[in-house]
Design a protein around this ligand. Structure first.
Ligand SMILES: Cc1cc2nc3c(=O)[nH]c(=O)nc-3n(C[C@H](O)[C@H](O)[C@H](O)COP(=O)(O)OP(=O)(O)OC[C@H]3O[C@@H](n4cnc5c(N)ncnc54)[C@H](O)[C@@H]3O)c2cc1C
Length: 406
């Protein structure tokens, strides 16, 4: 096992960076330093689903109970509906063993729950990374406040516009997908008493609307995907008018229940959706990537954070197999080989899920689209929710060792 005094830096104190700090501490025994550009740890006031595949990781790390306490486990399976509210299919919401369920999380609550498990002395706020380069004594990182330090290894968890990614390879930047989402949360006490405490998705022609409960059911999250011509060379999120959102789902072609829900919303903001072809490499020597920095994906399978959490467990498992600092590049290379295959499937799957929800491209026939959605339900449970990131990493380690010793 790599020395407990190994100097590891994580760039980015988002959900991926914090999950990595916890996993490195619990699985490898190393306290990594987390550098975050913001002056405090935080997140936008919206929702996110912790899926069974990430709940499994968080449970092993000993942090799931705290997350469940502040999240919302739905009453049962979710539903996919057509625009008029007719049932298309039920939606997977737990793993096959029925051990882990989807948990609706208010993002600031998830950050707080993860941050509570990280040594505050290991988090350096107000540090925006400007450059990273390999030098003889390790990896030199430089921040906009003038601080420069050298670490044995650096993990880039600095999100979609990652600076660390550019030190690994000249990757093309993520591209705007042509879709925006309106997002937000509403006070659940506004909803009718019989409003189902489950996830619901209405799918129309070229747009969809999703909602689910958060924060012990005190809040309800919503996300509406809409095609947009909005030029995104400036800001890629901002406040929006609720009337703009309501207009997208107005008229006789939409379920009056959905229109009632939208009528209760008092605040929303828009967000441009970015997509990325799977990268060809995530690691260069003692530098690697994790989370959106490595695999920006569309949100249509709700797997961005969940994949970052899977990454953290796999990364720590591979690092735990390194005997010394000199072995870290090989551990990163193995981590990359295993994780890139998994996340590329989800990047492509998320793009396809978006095409189905929004009936674009070849899905002009809505009846066919509905049939595809029904088939996708079972894939989601077995291939996405049942996946055990740590077990897969351990099995891969065994195979790598056989090759090394052959
Ligand atoms: C509409 C929408 C809905 C979504 N829903 C889901 C969902 O239900 N489930 C799910 O799993 N995912 C969902 N996602 C995706 C999810 O939000 C992302 O995948 C996730 O936030 C990625 O986490 P991360 O830690 O890798 O990156 P981020 O959350 O982007 O964190 C990166 C951190 O790095 C910091 N940083 C950036 N640059 C620097 C720098 N140069 N120096 C220092 N610090 C830096 C940032 O300030 C930030 O704190 C959704 C996304 C969208 C847009």
């Amino acid at each position: 096992m790599v020395d407990q005094n190994a100097r590891l830096a994580i760039i980015g104190g988002g959900m991926g960076g914090l999950a990595a700090a916890i996993a490195l501490r619990r699985i490898v025994g190393v306290r990594a330093t987390v550098f975050e550009q913001a002056s405090q740890l935080g997140e936008v006031g919206a929702g996110v689903t912790v899926a069974p595949n990430a709940a499994r990781v968080l449970d092993r790390l000993g942090v799931l109970d705290g997350i469940r306490r502040v999240g919302a486990v739905p009453d049962g399976h979710g539903v996919y509906l057509n625009a008029m509210g007719g049932m298309v299919t039920d939606a997977a919401w737990e793993d096959t063993a029925k051990q882990y369920q989807n948990i609706g999380m208010y993002r600031p609550d998830l950050i707080d729950a993860l941050a509570a498990e990280v040594d505050p002395d290991a988090v350096r706020l107000g540090h925006r990374l400007t450059s990273v380069e390999t030098v003889e004594s390790g990896v030199r990182v430089e921040f906009d406040n003038g601080v420069t330090e050298v670490f044995d290894a650096v993990i880039g968890a600095d999100g979609i516009h990652s600076v660390v990614r550019q030190a690994v390879e000249q990757h093309p930047e993520p591209v705007y997908s042509g879709y925006i989402v309106y997002r937000g949360v509403m006070d659940a006490s506004r909803l009718p008493e019989d409003w189902p405490m489950i996830s619901q998705v209405w799918m129309g022609n070229r747009r969809h609307f999703m909602c689910y409960p958060l924060q012990q059911r005190k809040l309800f999250n919503f996300v509406a995907g809409i095609p947009s011509e909005r030029p995104l060379n400036g800001p890629w999120s901002g406040p929006a008018e609720v009337s703009e959102l309501a207009a997208e789902f107005a008229g006789d072609g939409w379920d009056p229940r959905l229109q009632h829900f939208i009528g209760l919303i008092d605040k929303t903001f828009w967000w441009g959706l970015f997509d990325h072809e799977p990268l060809t490499n995530w690691s260069r020597g003692p530098i690697t990537l994790l989370g959106d920095a490595a695999h920006t994906m569309l949100p249509h399978q709700g797997q961005g954070v969940n994949q970052a959490i899977e990454d953290s467990s796999a990364l720590a498992t591979f690092l735990a197999s390194a005997d010394e600092v000199a072995d870290i590049p090989e551990a990163f290379r193995r981590y990359t080989a295993v994780r890139m295959q998994r996340t590329a499937i989800l990047q492509n799957g998320s793009r396809r899920a978006g095409a189905m929800f929004d009936a674009q491209y070849e899905f002009a026939d809505l009846a066919k689209r509905d049939a595809d959605i029904r088939v996708g339900r079972d894939f989601r449970r077995s291939a996405v929710f049942d996946y055990d990131a740590q077990k897969v990493a351990e099995q891969a380690l065994g195979r790598f060792r056989k090759v090394t010793h052959a």
